[in-house]
Design a protein around this ligand. Structure first.
Ligand SMILES: NC(=O)c1ccc[n+]([C@@H]2O[C@H](COP(=O)([O-])OP(=O)(O)OC[C@H]3O[C@@H](n4cnc5c(N)ncnc54)[C@H](OP(=O)(O)O)[C@@H]3O)[C@@H](O)[C@H]2O)c1
Length: 327
């Protein structure tokens, strides 16, 4: 397998976690990094042994050695950053939520298709061992037909209107920052053939949803989903079926443990599958694999599913009259 040369765009929190995980991937090389500030780029390159560093994103995308760029900028910037990469012939892995709305992503997908390039949202949850084991349990009919999924993602950050999560200008809000996980989780089990979305939100002073709920109602099942910046929660997830239930451990989107209970509430099976590194290594391996095999649309996080999630988000925000400045 060819070694894939990665470029990282931006040097914030998640870029650091991603770069750490790359050390656990044999056929990945953190080749270059770019920041809007050359000193930050150099410090990042020094910390993670990147060969090249750039003081602008424009320089990064022009480096002909790079196979794929990981975009780790704030939400409102993704649309332009993805286009910048694609238009310079670079494959893209872009952080969640991939763009502010479905229209922006449709345009990006169209460019990727025209240029025959790889494009994927970095929905790292879907590559993790426990998430995949739970899907196997469902296929093995361990809990019967799924009737209810309960999945919430709450945090209690310090209120700071300047922080990207509270900023309308930077594409903040609980739905895009956190809700993308409950939505991706539930639809991975129940699909997109729901008949109704029931949604509510509390819009705060900075004009973003500080908390929101978006229940998906199917013919024979429902998913109770919500997210917010107003509760300290451990965020486990539950899948309840006709024969039993599954609990994914706290922080379900990075759970390393899960349990099956029967109808008497007895634990009948449990798994503990620790990460090799910090959990981002699995998506990196997948992207490397796709690139080595010439696959342009991930079979695990296909652009079609990402678009469907964005459509749900568009629908919810329409109900709440919430528009981002950058749309
Ligand atoms: N997958 C996950 O587990 C996970 C976790 C956290 C966040 N995320 C996602 O990752 C993205 C970045 O989140 P983060 O927590 O890493 O954010 P962050 O710490 O604020 O870092 C964002 C970086 O983007 C760059 N940037 C470009 N334009 C900017 C602007 N106008 N304002 C501020 N920064 C700007 C900056 O890097 P330079 O100064 O170096 O250019 C900054 O350090 C978001 O889309 C978020 O949803 C994913």
């Amino acid at each position: 397998m060819k070694k894939i040369k990665w470029g990282i765009m931006a040097t914030g929190n998640i870029a650091h976690s991603f770069a750490k995980a790359m050390k656990a991937v044999d056929n990945a090389e953190l080749y270059a990094v770019a920041s809007r500030n050359i000193d930050k780029a150099k410090a990042f390159a020094d910390e993670f042994d990147a060969e090249k560093y750039y003081g602008s994103y424009d320089e990064l995308v022009k480096d002909s050695e790079i196979d794929v760029i990981y975009i780790a900028t704030p939400m409102q910037s993704h649309y332009n950053d993805i286009k910048l990469c694609l238009n310079n012939g670079k494959n893209v892995l872009c952080e969640k939520t991939v763009t502010l709305n479905s229209k922006q992503f449709e345009e990006c997908v169209s460019i990727a298709r025209d240029k025959n390039l790889f494009l994927m949202e970095a929905m790292w949850m879907k590559f993790q061992p426990v998430f995949n084991k739970v899907h196997q349990w469902i296929r093995q009919d361990k809990i019967g037909d799924i009737k209810v999924i309960e999945c919430n993602f709450f945090t209690l950050p310090k209120y700071d209107p300047e922080n990207r999560i509270y900023s309308n200008k930077l594409g903040g809000g609980a739905l895009l920052d956190l809700g993308v996980y409950p939505l991706s989780f539930a639809t991975s089990f129940l699909g997109f053939d729901f008949k109704e979305i029931n949604t509510n939100a509390f819009i705060g002073e900075t004009n973003i949803d500080e908390n929101s709920s978006y229940d998906l109602i199917y013919n024979n099942a429902y998913a109770r989903l919500s997210s917010g910046f107003n509760i300290e929660s451990q965020n486990p997830a539950f899948i309840i079926g006709t024969k039993g239930s599954i609990k994914l451990d706290n922080w379900f989107f990075q759970a390393q443990k899960a349990w099956i209970r029967n109808k008497n509430n007895d634990i009948v099976e449990e798994i503990h599958l620790p990460f090799d590194s910090n959990g981002y290594e699995y998506e990196i391996r997948h992207v490397n694999d796709c690139l080595n095999k010439g696959i342009k649309n991930s079979p695990i996080v296909p652009v079609e599913d990402t678009l469907k999630i964005l459509n749900i988000m568009d629908f919810c925000r329409k109900q709440w009259n919430l528009v981002f400045e950058e749309e």
